[in-house]
Ligand binder design. Structure first.
Ligand SMILES: Cc1cc2nc3c(=O)[nH]c(=O)nc-3n(C[C@H](O)[C@H](O)[C@H](O)COP(=O)(O)OP(=O)(O)OC[C@H]3O[C@@H](n4cnc5c(N)ncnc54)[C@H](O)[C@@H]3O)c2cc1C
Length: 317
């Protein structure tokens, strides 16, 4: 089932969530457990993130440093397949521009098509660790709108080699990312929404947002998108605070603000369990208000933790 069709059919907000592949060497069982624990809330689909390679410098026995290219969380396509086979829930694999030439993107799309996937979240990806700005592969895409265009062309049966005959068309529904607090590289919100519209005009069916902790920012973002003529569904991304460290790490990693009131609630806590409870309470209130606003889906970034998402889902759905 295509996500856009699930959204169109839904009576209230869908319950959906995102998983990360385990670190290399890890087991898939933990992901299976996370999904099993959330199945009672009838998820409409599950996203699986894609992780580009990272560059590490390791010291050799002769004292010189050696550059190593490492993929720390491989397996997006196989995990997506395994989850779909086991739980019979639509899975949305993420696909990024970073690390892919156009030919490699085409091959990944062929794999996903042959495996029966109908949905993709198309992203640019962040700069590789150690690089200041994003650098596409030679012959790869510089921005997500170009990836959307390539997927749309394959949906029309158009491959990179124009001489291919009797090509088969894929049938992907495409989601893209949006930023209620603007993307960190963008000079301002107007420019960011301008480029977001570019992705939608290229063929994206819906938008999933970066996490945010202040619903007012999401409401303003939706309003501005609508003013700019973006009329596709906009799905809010939510993550409950789950540790003391989140208060520092989340703004640094995701370039978003954490409201002072939430920081103060966390500061009152003595234990990690108390912090998790504050996170659950805050996200539950956000989710209830977003539900009232009429969002198409509530999308949770689980980061492999299901207990807090369970508590929230049991009060919202
Ligand atoms: C819901 C969600 C899921 C994510 N999942 C993953 C994941 O699985 N793996 C991963 O690596 N990352 C993931 N990310 C992070 C994402 O890859 C980064 O935020 C990345 O820096 C930008 O990706 P994008 O697709 O928004 O890029 P783009 O849409 O290309 O935008 C990047 C920047 O360029 C600007 N821009 C866009 N198009 C153009 C253009 N044509 N010309 C000039 N400027 C332009 C935008 O305003 C923005 O500032 C996710 C983000 C979200 C919100």
């Amino acid at each position: 089932m295509k996500i856009i069709d699930s959204i169109k059919k839904a009576q209230g907000p869908l319950f959906t969530f995102e998983l990360l592949p385990p670190r290399k060497g890890g087991k898939i069982d933990h992901l299976f457990d996370t999904v099993s624990e959330l199945m009672e809330f009838d998820p409409s689909y599950i996203n699986v993130t894609y992780h580009q390679h990272e560059i590490e410098y390791q010291e050799r026995s002769d004292g010189l440093m050696e550059k190593k290219v490492i993929q720390k969380r491989p397996g997006t396509i196989s995990i997506s397949t395994a989850l779909h086979n086991k739980f019979k829930v639509p899975v949305v694999p993420h696909l990024i521009c970073g690390g892919f030439t156009r030919e490699e993107t085409e091959d990944a799309l062929i794999d996903l098509n042959f495996l029966g996937f109908k949905n993709i979240l198309a992203l640019r990806g962040d700069p590789v660790s150690g690089q200041k700005s994003f650098k596409p592969e030679p012959g790869g895409h510089a921005h997500a709108n170009e990836l959307v265009e390539q997927i749309v062309r394959m949906n029309q049966g158009e491959y990179l080699n124009p001489n291919l005959k009797n090509t088969s068309a894929s049938d992907f529904s495409i989601g893209v990312a949006g930023y209620p607090e603007k993307h960190y590289e963008s000079p301002n919100m107007i420019m960011d929404i301008h480029w977001l519209k570019h992705k939608v005009d290229a063929g994206a069916d819906y938008i999933v947002t970066q996490m945010f902790f202040d619903n007012a920012k999401f409401f303003r973002f939706v309003e501005k998108c609508r003013q700019e003529g973006i009329d596709v569904p906009i799905i809010p991304g939510l993550k409950p605070i789950s540790s003391f460290k989140d208060i520092e790490l989340i703004p640094r990693a995701f370039h978003i603000d954490i409201p002072n009131e939430l920081c103060q609630e966390v500061a009152k806590c003595d234990t990690k369990q108390q912090v998790r409870q504050v996170g659950v309470e805050w996200t539950t209130q956000q989710a209830l208000e977003l539900k009232k606003f009429g969002v198409p889906s509530l999308h949770f970034f689980t980061l492999g933790q299901s207990d807090n998402i369970r508590k929230i889902a049991s009060r919202v759905f």
